[in-house]
Design a protein around this ligand. Structure first.
Ligand code: AMP
Ligand code: ZN
Length: 472
């Protein structure tokens, strides 16, 4: 399988240290607010990768952290702790906020058919691990104490900016407009491993440490949680594209300094979901959640379908019109699949594999889900019996998780139920109208339509046949 690697900046054959096994790490949510549908695009695409690796025969160990401490409002070391900000906003404790939004996150994941990772680890459960690794970094000379905090010394590394050829002065971590530079830092890019003195003394959660009462920085969480469950190396590390810098750059710096060897060879990053006015973010701009989409009448599956239609390495623009198009296409797709459901028969295994060849080709080419979606349509059009088509679609849906068969069944049943509510009198008029249309007596057909309307029913010709709905 060819998979793009952000570290080498090219598509390459995906390999693992141990044949047949993947140790995969995913940066989890910061649980101070609901996940927005941008965050969820990242989790949906990571879910596709996870499931496709399994479908390709790998045994996958997937690990995810829950950031419930240490993530400041900037991704560097400035601003309030996001969790504290959330707690203040809602007049609750940090732990209450963490529990509420962790549960909300997994409820959204369930609606979107995102598989729960084998390991889900909140950062507050690993304080001893952080302290142990930070102590070792101090001992090895990769970290220093200044002004009560422990910093990672990026000047000790041969290469700190591993993902891109950033120019140091362009990045100015911690030195943004309106924010004072952290005078404790020896180098601009240095980052905090442990805070005892942040500018925000009211930090609610603090732990004893060799350096005083304090709390960990965000980056150290992921390194330690990964090592706790996967050991000294990973095969694959995932996140949204904004995580590349500083978060993943810092994870690599501290992990490799601690371990004394390379840590993770393959990095998978999902491009952002943007609104027409820019990136969707938790702190600013339009904040759309799965619940909001549901309130507006969109099924979570329609959003997942919307995500599948574009490649994970392209940024995706969200507009209501785009979502409407995806929702309509998804509904139509289910209707088409619905027509196969009553046909019976047994699947022909060889024919099914032939139908699926294009799907595997698409997915083996850097997880091209957009192409995989077009394969679904090709299968529906192909010269094969219904059972074979359904078996092929079920195999694809094991990874894309669009509820193709279940959704088609439910949609067909709902249509039948709606049909059974129609009074016999209306049905008789509909039949009479059909006959008039067939006889090309359009004047009579129109008159019958008016009669049906007078009884409170509306009739529409669609590509899927005649639709009869109660007038609002
Ligand atoms: P957070 O909860 O802020 O730590 O972010 C959770 C995940 O969502 C991270 O992997 C981010 O990189 C990712 N993310 C944040 N904003 C977006 C966006 N607009 N589109 C896609 N992914 C995003
Ligand atoms: Zn992380």
């Amino acid at each position: 399988m060819l998979l793009y690697n952000s570290l080498t900046r090219q598509k390459e054959e995906f390999r693992t240290a141990e044949p047949g096994k993947v140790k995969m790490y995913t940066c989890g949510p910061t649980v101070y607010h609901y996940a927005h549908i941008g965050n969820l695009r990242t989790y949906i695409m990571e879910d596709v990768l996870d499931k496709y690796l399994r479908q390709s025969g790998y045994d996958v160990l997937r690990i995810m952290n829950i950031t419930d401490v240490g993530h400041l409002t900037s991704d560097g070391d400035t601003g309030d702790d996001k969790m504290l900000k959330g707690a203040k906003r809602e007049h609750k404790t940090v732990m209450e906020i963490a529990k509420y939004y962790t549960d909300a996150f997994f409820a959204d994941c369930q609606k979107l058919k995102i598989r729960r990772p084998e390991v889900v680890q909140p950062a507050t459960g690993c304080i001893d691990d952080f302290i142990r690794v930070i102590s070792a970094l101090l001992e090895k000379g990769y970290a220093y104490e200044a002004g009560g905090n422990i910093y990672f010394d990026t000047s000790k590394l041969e290469q700190y900016y591993v993902f891109h050829d950033f120019r140091e002065e362009d990045l100015e971590v911690g030195v943004r407009e309106g924010v004072d530079a952290d005078e404790n830092k020896r180098n601009k890019a240095d980052f905090v491993l442990w805070f005892t003195k942040s500018k925000f003394d009211d930090q609610e959660l603090k732990w004893e440490s060799p350096w005083g009462l304090g709390y960990p920085g965000w980056h150290i969480e992921c390194s330690c949680i990964s090592m706790k469950y996967a050991g000294e190396t990973l095969d694959l590390h995932c996140g949204g594209i904004d995580n590349v810098f500083p978060h993943h750059t810092n994870e690599i710096a501290q992990s490799e300094a601690y371990l004394g060897h390379k840590w993770c060879p393959h990095w998978f990053h999902v491009l952002h979901l943007n609104t027409t006015s820019g990136k969707m973010s938790k702190s600013s701009g339009e904040f759309l959640t799965v619940s909001l989409l549901e309130e507006k009448g969109y099924s979570p599956m329609a959003y997942r379908f919307f995500c599948m239609q574009s490649h994970y390495r392209k940024s995706l623009v969200f507009t209501w019109e785009n979502l409407d198009n995806a929702a309509a296409a998804y509904k139509k797709l289910l209707a088409k699949i619905g027509t196969l459901l009553h046909e019976g028969g047994t699947a022909d295994a060889a024919k099914k594999d032939a139908l699926l060849a294009a799907y595997y080709e698409a997915m083996n080419n850097d997880l091209n889900t957009a192409q995989a979606v077009t394969v679904i349509y090709d299968i529906l059009k192909a010269d094969a019996d219904a059972a074979t088509k359904l078996a092929a679609l079920a195999e694809i849906d094991g990874v894309l998780s669009l509820d193709l068969i279940g959704g088609a069944k439910a949609q067909a049943e709902a249509a039948e139920d709606a049909q059974s509510d129609i009074p016999a009198e209306v049905l008789a008029l509909v039949e009479a109208r059909k006959a008039a249309r067939q006889a090309k007596d359009f004047a009579k057909a129109d008159a019958l339509r008016d009669e049906i309307a007078a009884l409170g029913w509306e009739i529409r010709e669609t590509r899927q046949g005649t639709q009869i709905t109660k007038k609002a």
